[in-house]
Design a protein around this ligand. Structure first.
Ligand code: SAH
Length: 220
């Protein structure tokens, strides 16, 4: 049974998919279906719930943000996901991107360095029964060696450069998406790994909070 509130959010979600994603060229049916399903309003604080489907990022505490819906969709589509993929996300944050990934692929591994955000996301995954999301509280710039190689890796925080260690944890045929640049603006970069090495493409400009860690920015 759906109550009045959830019907209202479902309408807002449908409107978001049409006006922010489809109209801007998001086409992958699995990506669009995931956005129609995941209740984004539960991934922000109660006070911001009515703004959850807006065309902008929102604060999630700890000076971090949940990304604008379109950028989450663009990154997810760029990963070219298939149902059996195992995906690594670095920067769990609210958990929203991980939930989107979990709707599309077999298993998601996600790492968050800040314990309060890690705990909050973990409890949401349990509440919404995302049993295929494996979480870890650590510096994600080292990747997750024991679970590698990954079919896709997405870094949802801005890095000064591409951490080489992450490329080594990418399967042959794998895709990696990462914002690279200075602290104010970054270029969204997509890397393919094949038998011969890697190929790199730019997807355009973006703005993320800092990737802080051994192979990221050294300070907050
Ligand atoms: N994917 C998130 C976006 C969160 S913002 C979402 O859907 O809400 C980026 C997150 O990356 C922040 O929570 C920040 O704490 C985290 N982060 C920054 N550097 C990190 C690192 N080295 N390892 C893991 N997480 C990191």
């Amino acid at each position: 049974m759906m109550n009045k509130e959830s019907i209202q959010y479902e309408r807002q979600r449908e409107e978001m998919v049409r006006s922010q994603l489809e109209s801007r060229g998001i086409k992958d049916p699995a990506v669009l279906a995931a956005f129609r399903k995941v209740p984004r309003h539960f991934f922000v604080s109660e006070a911001l719930r009515d703004q959850a489907y807006g065309d902008y990022p929102l604060p999630i505490g700890q000076q971090q943000t949940i990304s604008q819906p379109y950028i989450v969709a663009e990154m997810t589509q760029a990963l070219e996901l298939r149902p059996n993929d195992r995906v690594l996300e670095i920067g769990t944050g609210s958990g929203y991107q991980a939930a989107i990934l979990a709707e599309i692929v077999y298993r998601v591994y996600t790492i968050e360095r800040l314990r309060p955000l890690y705990l909050q996301a973990r409890s949401l995954f349990d509440e919404f029964k995302y049993h295929n999301i494996v979480t870890r509280c650590a510096d994600g710039t080292n990747g997750w060696q024991e679970q590698s190689p990954f079919d896709a890796i997405v870094i949802t925080a801005g890095a000064p450069k591409v951490p080489e260690v992450l490329i080594r944890q990418l399967a042959v045929g794998g895709r990696l998406v990462i914002p690279v640049g200075n602290q104010h603006t970054q270029d969204l970069i997509k890397i393919y790994r094949d038998e011969n090495g890697t190929r790199q493409f730019s997807l355009g400009g973006c703005r993320f909070v800092k990737l802080v860690g051994e192979h990221g920015w050294k300070q907050v």
